[in-house]
Write a protein that binds this ligand. Sequence first.
Ligand code: SAM
Length: 220
Amino acid sequence: SDSHFLVPISPAHFENDCTAHFPKFFPNGSKKIEFADIGCGFGGLLISLATLFPDTLMIGMELRDKVTEYVKERILALRASSPGRYDNVSVVRTNSMKYIPNYFEKAQLTKMFFLFPDPHFKEKNHRRRVISPHLLDEYAYVLKVDGIIYTISDVEELGAWMKGCLDDHELFEPLTEEELAADPVVELLSTATEEGQKVARNEGQTFRAVYRRIASARPR
Ligand code: SAM
């Protein structure tokens, strides 16, 4: 299915596309995208973040064509009904596991979200998980120092896996309880996403791991 969408050959090329993604912000500004919601699904988190951070550009990355189209329509409808709002949010159809470095340059992002990703239970499929030791190298590359990676799952095993990968990575450290409590985004992880709302309706548990990109390798 990868053959059905175009991938920019470099972040600079993708920046040219940003005129179409964020017409109200371009061509005047040379503002860069700072937040990426990976596997954004129906876009609930982005919609909440857009008004919480009105001056920050953010994008969802979603593999499914129909879901991506739905999010596009949703954003256009919101822009039409609330002029001046939602101009900072967009979505792109892509395979984030293959193409993150095509979209973002080194140290560009300040937040990345991996909310309720697919669990891929079988051991032989663990390499298809969106958080892995290898992919964390890429995420560390595109994140700014002090940038934050947010992960959450209702699958205990996957939650532990994501936390384990982050704990093992020398360029990430966990936020403290105080920092988690002070960050307004943390609450949205389970309340703003469609998947999180489903889990809440079923009174299910969630497992969260929120880590900061640090400047140099920490001793382990
Ligand atoms: N984050 C959303 C939420 O919390 O409501 C959606 C969660 S949904 C269970 C996982 C999403 O990740 C699906 O929409 C799926 O299509 C998308 N996805 C899976 N693999 C992907 C990939 N390699 N690149 C981009 N999106 C992907």
